[in-house]
Design a protein around this ligand. Sequence first.
Ligand code: PLP
Length: 350
Amino acid sequence: MPDLCSMYNVEAIRAEFPILQQTVHGRPLVYLDNAATTQKPRSVIQAIVNHYENNNSNVHRGNHTLSQRATDAFEATRGKLQRHLNAAFEHEIIYTTGTTGAINLVAHGFRSLLGPGDEVLVSQLEHHSNLVPWQMLAQHSGATLRYIPILPDGSLDLDEAQRLINPKTKLLAFNHISNALGTVNPVKQLTDWAHAVGACVLVDGAQGMAHRRVDVQALGVDFYTASAHKMYAPTGIGLLYGKTEWLEKLPPYQGGGEMIATVTMAHSTYAPLPFKFEAGTPSIEAVVGWGAAMDWVTALGMDALMAHESELMAYGTEQLTAIDGLVLFGTTADKAAVLSFGFAKVHPYD
Ligand code: PLP
Protein backbone atom coordinates (compact mmCIF):
# COMPACT_ATOMS: atom_id res chain seq x y z
CA MET A 1 0.00 0.00 0.00
CA PRO A 2 1.41 3.46 -0.83
CA ASP A 3 1.98 5.96 1.94
CA LEU A 4 -1.50 7.38 2.23
CA CYS A 5 -1.33 8.51 5.81
CA SER A 6 1.31 11.24 5.55
CA MET A 7 -0.98 13.35 3.38
CA TYR A 8 -4.60 12.93 2.35
CA ASN A 9 -3.72 12.37 -1.29
CA VAL A 10 -7.01 11.89 -3.12
CA GLU A 11 -5.44 10.85 -6.44
CA ALA A 12 -3.27 8.22 -4.72
CA ILE A 13 -6.26 6.91 -2.81
CA ARG A 14 -8.41 6.81 -5.93
CA ALA A 15 -5.67 4.83 -7.73
CA GLU A 16 -6.03 2.09 -5.09
CA PHE A 17 -9.59 1.28 -6.27
CA PRO A 18 -9.42 -0.89 -9.42
CA ILE A 19 -13.11 -0.32 -10.19
CA LEU A 20 -12.59 3.45 -10.47
CA GLN A 21 -10.05 3.02 -13.28
CA GLN A 22 -12.80 2.55 -15.88
CA THR A 23 -14.83 5.04 -17.88
CA VAL A 24 -18.62 4.95 -17.92
CA HIS A 25 -20.51 6.74 -20.70
CA GLY A 26 -17.10 7.95 -21.91
CA ARG A 27 -16.10 9.64 -18.63
CA PRO A 28 -13.96 8.58 -15.66
CA LEU A 29 -16.20 6.76 -13.19
CA VAL A 30 -17.37 8.86 -10.26
CA TYR A 31 -19.14 6.82 -7.60
CA LEU A 32 -21.33 8.58 -5.05
CA ASP A 33 -23.46 5.71 -3.70
CA ASN A 34 -21.25 4.92 -0.70
CA ALA A 35 -24.11 4.94 1.78
CA ALA A 36 -25.50 1.91 -0.08
CA THR A 37 -22.13 0.17 -0.38
CA THR A 38 -18.51 1.25 -0.79
CA GLN A 39 -16.01 0.17 -3.43
CA LYS A 40 -13.11 -2.07 -2.39
CA PRO A 41 -9.44 -1.05 -2.42
CA ARG A 42 -6.85 -3.34 -4.00
CA SER A 43 -5.53 -4.51 -0.61
CA VAL A 44 -8.95 -5.89 0.34
CA ILE A 45 -9.37 -7.67 -2.99
CA GLN A 46 -5.84 -9.09 -2.71
CA ALA A 47 -6.46 -10.34 0.83
CA ILE A 48 -9.45 -12.34 -0.45
CA VAL A 49 -7.48 -13.71 -3.41
CA ASN A 50 -4.59 -14.62 -1.08
CA HIS A 51 -6.98 -16.42 1.25
CA TYR A 52 -8.36 -18.58 -1.56
CA GLU A 53 -5.00 -19.15 -3.25
CA ASN A 54 -3.05 -20.02 -0.11
CA ASN A 55 -5.09 -20.53 3.05
CA ASN A 56 -8.60 -21.66 2.16
CA SER A 57 -9.97 -23.98 4.81
CA ASN A 58 -12.73 -24.05 7.41
CA VAL A 59 -12.17 -22.26 10.72
CA HIS A 60 -12.07 -23.62 14.29
CA ARG A 61 -12.47 -27.22 13.19
CA GLY A 62 -9.22 -28.53 11.79
CA ASN A 63 -5.78 -29.18 13.25
CA HIS A 64 -4.02 -28.87 9.91
CA THR A 65 -1.93 -25.93 8.72
CA LEU A 66 -4.48 -24.36 6.40
CA SER A 67 -7.22 -24.45 9.01
CA GLN A 68 -4.84 -22.89 11.53
CA ARG A 69 -3.94 -20.08 9.11
CA ALA A 70 -7.57 -19.42 8.19
CA THR A 71 -8.58 -19.41 11.87
CA ASP A 72 -5.76 -17.05 12.81
CA ALA A 73 -6.75 -14.57 10.08
CA PHE A 74 -10.44 -14.90 11.00
CA GLU A 75 -9.76 -14.19 14.67
CA ALA A 76 -7.23 -11.44 13.94
CA THR A 77 -10.04 -9.43 12.33
CA ARG A 78 -12.13 -9.82 15.49
CA GLY A 79 -9.26 -8.32 17.47
CA LYS A 80 -8.97 -5.37 15.07
CA LEU A 81 -12.71 -4.73 15.36
CA GLN A 82 -12.58 -4.94 19.14
CA ARG A 83 -9.80 -2.35 19.26
CA HIS A 84 -11.49 -0.12 16.67
CA LEU A 85 -14.72 0.01 18.70
CA ASN A 86 -12.95 -0.13 22.07
CA ALA A 87 -15.06 -3.10 23.18
CA ALA A 88 -13.97 -4.50 26.54
CA PHE A 89 -13.53 -8.08 25.25
CA GLU A 90 -12.98 -9.79 21.91
CA HIS A 91 -15.89 -12.14 22.67
CA GLU A 92 -18.20 -9.11 22.60
CA ILE A 93 -17.73 -8.92 18.81
CA ILE A 94 -20.11 -11.38 17.10
CA TYR A 95 -19.82 -11.92 13.35
CA THR A 96 -23.18 -11.63 11.60
CA THR A 97 -24.30 -11.31 7.99
CA GLY A 98 -24.48 -7.54 8.44
CA THR A 99 -26.44 -4.93 10.35
CA THR A 100 -29.70 -6.57 9.33
CA GLY A 101 -28.49 -9.93 10.65
CA ALA A 102 -27.28 -8.34 13.89
CA ILE A 103 -30.56 -6.54 14.62
CA ASN A 104 -32.59 -9.65 13.84
CA LEU A 105 -30.39 -11.64 16.25
CA VAL A 106 -31.20 -9.24 19.09
CA ALA A 107 -34.88 -8.81 18.18
CA HIS A 108 -35.32 -12.58 18.06
CA GLY A 109 -33.61 -13.02 21.43
CA PHE A 110 -35.90 -10.45 23.03
CA ARG A 111 -38.99 -12.53 22.16
CA SER A 112 -38.42 -14.51 25.33
CA LEU A 113 -37.71 -11.39 27.42
CA LEU A 114 -40.74 -9.19 26.59
CA GLY A 115 -44.49 -9.46 27.04
CA PRO A 116 -47.70 -7.40 26.98
CA GLY A 117 -47.29 -4.09 28.81
CA ASP A 118 -43.63 -3.74 27.76
CA GLU A 119 -42.65 -1.08 25.25
CA VAL A 120 -40.06 -0.99 22.46
CA LEU A 121 -39.08 2.50 21.32
CA VAL A 122 -37.58 3.23 17.91
CA SER A 123 -37.34 6.44 15.89
CA GLN A 124 -39.14 7.45 12.72
CA LEU A 125 -35.72 7.94 11.14
CA GLU A 126 -34.86 4.25 10.79
CA HIS A 127 -33.74 2.04 7.94
CA HIS A 128 -36.17 -0.87 7.43
CA SER A 129 -33.54 -3.11 9.06
CA ASN A 130 -34.02 -1.26 12.31
CA LEU A 131 -37.79 -1.20 12.09
CA VAL A 132 -39.26 -4.43 10.71
CA PRO A 133 -37.45 -6.74 13.24
CA TRP A 134 -39.02 -4.67 16.08
CA GLN A 135 -42.45 -4.90 14.46
CA MET A 136 -42.00 -8.68 14.34
CA LEU A 137 -40.85 -8.68 17.97
CA ALA A 138 -43.95 -6.70 18.98
CA GLN A 139 -46.18 -9.16 17.11
CA HIS A 140 -44.59 -12.18 18.79
CA SER A 141 -44.29 -10.83 22.32
CA GLY A 142 -47.36 -8.59 22.62
CA ALA A 143 -45.11 -5.61 23.47
CA THR A 144 -46.07 -2.17 22.13
CA LEU A 145 -43.93 -0.38 19.54
CA ARG A 146 -43.59 3.40 19.92
CA TYR A 147 -41.84 5.97 17.73
CA ILE A 148 -39.71 9.04 18.42
CA PRO A 149 -40.80 11.65 15.85
CA ILE A 150 -38.50 13.72 13.59
CA LEU A 151 -38.27 17.51 13.48
CA PRO A 152 -38.29 19.39 10.12
CA ASP A 153 -34.46 19.66 10.06
CA GLY A 154 -34.14 15.86 10.22
CA SER A 155 -33.11 15.62 13.86
CA LEU A 156 -34.97 13.53 16.43
CA ASP A 157 -37.48 15.33 18.64
CA LEU A 158 -35.53 14.94 21.87
CA ASP A 159 -38.23 16.46 24.09
CA GLU A 160 -40.62 13.86 22.79
CA ALA A 161 -37.97 11.14 23.17
CA GLN A 162 -37.51 12.06 26.82
CA ARG A 163 -41.27 11.94 27.34
CA LEU A 164 -41.63 8.58 25.57
CA ILE A 165 -38.85 6.88 27.55
CA ASN A 166 -40.62 5.56 30.64
CA PRO A 167 -40.40 2.60 33.05
CA LYS A 168 -42.34 0.42 30.57
CA THR A 169 -39.63 0.98 27.93
CA LYS A 170 -37.59 -2.21 27.76
CA LEU A 171 -35.64 -1.50 24.61
CA LEU A 172 -34.60 1.64 22.70
CA ALA A 173 -33.27 1.23 19.13
CA PHE A 174 -32.08 4.04 16.87
CA ASN A 175 -29.38 4.73 14.32
CA HIS A 176 -26.08 6.46 15.02
CA ILE A 177 -26.16 8.15 11.60
CA SER A 178 -29.19 8.23 9.33
CA ASN A 179 -28.54 6.82 5.86
CA ALA A 180 -31.37 8.95 4.48
CA LEU A 181 -30.63 12.39 5.96
CA GLY A 182 -27.14 12.13 7.43
CA THR A 183 -28.37 13.16 10.88
CA VAL A 184 -25.88 12.22 13.60
CA ASN A 185 -27.92 11.24 16.63
CA PRO A 186 -26.94 12.01 20.26
CA VAL A 187 -26.14 8.41 21.18
CA LYS A 188 -24.78 9.05 24.66
CA GLN A 189 -27.66 11.27 25.71
CA LEU A 190 -30.38 8.87 24.50
CA THR A 191 -28.51 5.93 26.03
CA ASP A 192 -28.29 7.66 29.42
CA TRP A 193 -32.02 8.43 29.38
CA ALA A 194 -32.87 4.82 28.48
CA HIS A 195 -30.56 3.39 31.12
CA ALA A 196 -32.13 5.63 33.75
CA VAL A 197 -35.37 3.61 33.34
CA GLY A 198 -33.55 0.27 33.00
CA ALA A 199 -34.04 -0.08 29.23
CA CYS A 200 -31.59 -1.81 26.91
CA VAL A 201 -30.10 0.25 24.04
CA LEU A 202 -29.31 -0.95 20.53
CA VAL A 203 -27.63 1.44 18.10
CA ASP A 204 -27.72 0.74 14.37
CA GLY A 205 -24.18 1.71 13.41
CA ALA A 206 -24.32 0.72 9.72
CA GLN A 207 -23.34 4.29 8.80
CA GLY A 208 -21.92 5.29 12.18
CA MET A 209 -18.92 2.99 12.23
CA ALA A 210 -17.99 3.99 8.68
CA HIS A 211 -18.10 7.75 9.24
CA ARG A 212 -17.31 8.44 12.90
CA ARG A 213 -14.98 7.29 15.64
CA VAL A 214 -16.96 4.89 17.82
CA ASP A 215 -16.11 4.01 21.41
CA VAL A 216 -18.81 1.64 22.61
CA GLN A 217 -17.68 1.82 26.23
CA ALA A 218 -17.69 5.63 26.29
CA LEU A 219 -21.12 5.68 24.63
CA GLY A 220 -22.35 3.04 27.08
CA VAL A 221 -24.58 1.30 24.50
CA ASP A 222 -25.63 -2.31 25.11
CA PHE A 223 -25.57 -3.30 21.44
CA TYR A 224 -23.97 -1.71 18.37
CA THR A 225 -24.25 -3.11 14.85
CA ALA A 226 -22.23 -2.61 11.68
CA SER A 227 -21.99 -3.78 8.06
CA ALA A 228 -18.49 -4.37 6.69
CA HIS A 229 -19.42 -3.40 3.14
CA LYS A 230 -20.11 0.19 4.19
CA MET A 231 -16.40 0.56 5.03
CA TYR A 232 -14.45 -0.85 2.05
CA ALA A 233 -14.87 -4.50 3.10
CA PRO A 234 -16.83 -7.34 1.44
CA THR A 235 -20.58 -7.84 1.51
CA GLY A 236 -22.27 -10.56 3.55
CA ILE A 237 -20.43 -9.85 6.78
CA GLY A 238 -21.04 -7.52 9.71
CA LEU A 239 -20.94 -7.43 13.45
CA LEU A 240 -22.96 -7.25 16.56
CA TYR A 241 -21.18 -5.69 19.50
CA GLY A 242 -22.90 -6.63 22.75
CA LYS A 243 -22.06 -6.13 26.39
CA THR A 244 -21.16 -9.50 27.88
CA GLU A 245 -24.09 -9.51 30.33
CA TRP A 246 -26.59 -8.96 27.49
CA LEU A 247 -25.00 -11.54 25.22
CA GLU A 248 -25.13 -14.04 28.10
CA LYS A 249 -28.80 -13.22 28.69
CA LEU A 250 -29.93 -13.67 25.07
CA PRO A 251 -30.68 -17.19 23.82
CA PRO A 252 -28.82 -18.44 20.71
CA TYR A 253 -30.31 -17.18 17.45
CA GLN A 254 -29.61 -20.18 15.23
CA GLY A 255 -28.68 -23.76 16.04
CA GLY A 256 -26.02 -25.79 14.24
CA GLY A 257 -22.32 -26.44 14.11
CA GLU A 258 -19.81 -24.20 15.90
CA MET A 259 -22.36 -22.85 18.44
CA ILE A 260 -22.53 -26.01 20.57
CA ALA A 261 -20.48 -27.25 23.52
CA THR A 262 -22.03 -30.74 23.85
CA VAL A 263 -24.71 -32.53 21.84
CA THR A 264 -26.68 -35.66 22.71
CA MET A 265 -29.85 -36.98 21.11
CA ALA A 266 -31.83 -35.46 23.96
CA HIS A 267 -30.12 -32.17 24.65
CA SER A 268 -27.40 -29.71 23.63
CA THR A 269 -25.38 -27.15 25.53
CA TYR A 270 -24.04 -24.02 23.93
CA ALA A 271 -20.54 -22.77 23.24
CA PRO A 272 -19.19 -19.75 25.10
CA LEU A 273 -19.22 -16.28 23.53
CA PRO A 274 -18.80 -15.34 20.76
CA PHE A 275 -19.41 -18.77 19.20
CA LYS A 276 -22.84 -19.22 20.80
CA PHE A 277 -24.12 -16.80 18.14
CA GLU A 278 -22.03 -18.01 15.19
CA ALA A 279 -23.75 -21.16 13.95
CA GLY A 280 -22.52 -22.73 10.72
CA THR A 281 -19.58 -22.01 8.42
CA PRO A 282 -19.12 -18.25 8.25
CA SER A 283 -18.09 -16.09 5.32
CA ILE A 284 -14.39 -16.63 6.07
CA GLU A 285 -12.95 -14.79 3.06
CA ALA A 286 -15.19 -11.79 3.85
CA VAL A 287 -13.84 -11.64 7.40
CA VAL A 288 -10.27 -11.85 6.05
CA GLY A 289 -11.08 -9.03 3.61
CA TRP A 290 -12.59 -7.02 6.47
CA GLY A 291 -9.32 -7.31 8.35
CA ALA A 292 -7.51 -5.77 5.34
CA ALA A 293 -10.16 -3.03 5.17
CA MET A 294 -9.60 -2.19 8.83
CA ASP A 295 -5.87 -1.85 8.07
CA TRP A 296 -6.77 0.43 5.16
CA VAL A 297 -8.97 2.66 7.33
CA THR A 298 -6.32 2.75 10.06
CA ALA A 299 -3.65 3.76 7.52
CA LEU A 300 -5.85 6.57 6.18
CA GLY A 301 -6.78 7.63 9.69
CA MET A 302 -10.37 8.17 10.80
CA ASP A 303 -9.67 11.85 11.53
CA ALA A 304 -8.32 12.54 8.02
CA LEU A 305 -11.23 10.62 6.55
CA MET A 306 -13.80 12.59 8.54
CA ALA A 307 -12.12 15.92 7.76
CA HIS A 308 -12.12 15.16 4.03
CA GLU A 309 -15.76 14.09 4.12
CA SER A 310 -16.80 17.24 5.90
CA GLU A 311 -14.93 19.37 3.33
CA LEU A 312 -16.76 17.58 0.49
CA MET A 313 -20.02 17.95 2.37
CA ALA A 314 -19.60 21.72 2.72
CA TYR A 315 -18.69 22.02 -0.97
CA GLY A 316 -21.58 19.80 -2.11
CA THR A 317 -24.09 21.65 0.06
CA GLU A 318 -22.95 25.00 -1.31
CA GLN A 319 -23.16 23.82 -4.92
CA LEU A 320 -26.55 22.16 -4.54
CA THR A 321 -28.22 24.98 -2.64
CA ALA A 322 -27.25 27.36 -5.48
CA ILE A 323 -29.55 25.41 -7.83
CA ASP A 324 -32.91 27.05 -8.20
CA GLY A 325 -35.83 24.91 -7.02
CA LEU A 326 -33.69 22.30 -5.27
CA VAL A 327 -34.72 21.32 -1.75
CA LEU A 328 -32.20 19.69 0.60
CA PHE A 329 -33.55 17.19 3.14
CA GLY A 330 -31.73 16.97 6.45
CA THR A 331 -30.13 20.20 7.61
CA THR A 332 -29.01 19.48 11.18
CA ALA A 333 -25.77 21.03 12.39
CA ASP A 334 -24.21 17.64 13.16
CA LYS A 335 -24.61 15.88 9.87
CA ALA A 336 -22.61 13.17 8.09
CA ALA A 337 -21.77 13.38 4.40
CA VAL A 338 -25.09 12.42 2.83
CA LEU A 339 -26.95 14.76 0.51
CA SER A 340 -30.63 14.01 -0.07
CA PHE A 341 -32.52 16.42 -2.27
CA GLY A 342 -35.54 16.85 -4.48
CA PHE A 343 -37.10 19.18 -7.00
CA ALA A 344 -40.75 20.11 -6.80
CA LYS A 345 -42.79 17.98 -9.22
CA VAL A 346 -39.73 16.08 -10.55
CA HIS A 347 -39.54 12.35 -9.87
CA PRO A 348 -36.04 11.12 -8.76
CA TYR A 349 -35.98 8.62 -11.66
CA ASP A 350 -35.99 11.59 -14.04
N1 PLP B 1 -29.13 0.64 8.81
C1 PLP B 1 -28.67 1.69 8.09
C2 PLP B 1 -28.62 3.05 8.72
C3 PLP B 1 -28.20 1.49 6.79
O1 PLP B 1 -27.72 2.51 6.07
C4 PLP B 1 -28.26 0.19 6.22
C5 PLP B 1 -27.86 -0.05 4.82
O2 PLP B 1 -28.02 0.81 3.98
C6 PLP B 1 -28.74 -0.87 7.02
C7 PLP B 1 -29.17 -0.59 8.30
C8 PLP B 1 -28.78 -2.28 6.53
O3 PLP B 1 -27.50 -2.76 6.30
P1 PLP B 1 -27.24 -4.19 5.65
O4 PLP B 1 -28.11 -4.25 4.41
O5 PLP B 1 -25.79 -4.20 5.33
O6 PLP B 1 -27.64 -5.22 6.65
